[in-house]
Design a protein around this ligand. Structure first.
Ligand code: ATM
Length: 242
């Protein structure tokens, strides 16, 4: 455990993750953040989970797409621990091959979902043991934890309505009933209450520009903490929407 914690630091880089239920707008907000940071001259790596490497993207397809496989595998339910291990297998590859090397280079890594999604979806949603999932995650990530996690919080009703309006293709997990998504949302909020310094809850019902400003505020705070104060002052206003 001690060794994992030692390896767990983000080194010279900065690790930011985005979380939330479907339709929270997190993917759009994370892309905006990446653009703003690049404009300011930072090296930014945008990635996602499950995914981020060729193998992890293949695991994503298996995990989310019901149409993969023969008709027998299509109709067989995916068991919760199978789902958890698929996500963890993808994460193991992703952290070792993409996230850690980028952090070592000093990049800002922005990842769309990470460990908190496993705790919320497989733990709170599917009912798997959260302490066991935490231990398995520590193993998969060798103790890597985000510097900042932005939780885009929106009610399940609004989230699912937005999702339908966007006519995005539904995944196997999207199709779970509302009760499941409610448990996931409550899970995220419980996780945030436990580590409020890392996990920031953002009211994602607000108009997109207002959400972006809140995101910018949290990221500026983090940059001030991690980078030299002289350079961060000039960058403050630039991250905010004009
Ligand atoms: P996005 O729609 O945000 O790309 O996420 C894909 C799905 O992966 C999401 N499904 N829904 N609804 C949540 C799911 N997921 C998990 O169940 N566990 C995890 O650890 C991760 C990273 C994602």
């Amino acid at each position: 455990m001690k060794q994992g914690a030692k390896q767990g630091g983000t080194g010279r880089g900065i690790f930011i993750t985005g979380e939330g239920v479907e339709g929270s707008g997190k993917t759009t907000q994370l892309a905006r953040l990446a653009t703003s940071l690049r404009t300011l001259g930072y090296e930014v790596l945008e990635t996602r989970e499950p995914g981020g490497t060729p193998l992890a993207e293949q695991i994503r397809t298996v995990l989310l797409n019901r149409t993969v496989g023969t008709s027998a595998t299509q109709t067989a339910p995916v068991l919760p621990w199978c789902e958890a291990h698929l996500v963890l297998a993808a994460r193991t590859q992703h952290v070792a091959q993409v996230i850690r090397p980028a952090l070592r280079r000093g990049a800002i890594v922005i990842c769309d979902r990470f460990v908190d999604s496993t705790l919320a979806y497989q733990g709170y949603g599917r009912g798997l043991s959260v302490p066991v999932l935490r231990r398995l995650n520590t193993q998969a990530t060798e103790g890597l934890a985000p510097d900042l996690t932005l939780l885009f919080d929106v009610s399940v009703r609004i989230g699912l309505a937005r999702r339908r309006k966007g006519r995005l293709e539904e995944t196997r997990i999207d199709r779970e009933n509302r009760h499941f998504h409610e448990k996931v949302r409550r899970g995220f909020l419980a996780l945030a209450a436990r580590v409020p310094r890392r996990l920031k809850v953002i009211d994602a019902r607000q108009p997109p520009h207002a959400v972006s400003d809140v995101v910018a505020g949290f990221v500026e705070q983090l940059l001030r903490k991690k980078r030299k104060p002289s350079s961060s002052k000039a960058k403050k206003s630039a991250l905010m929407t004009p």
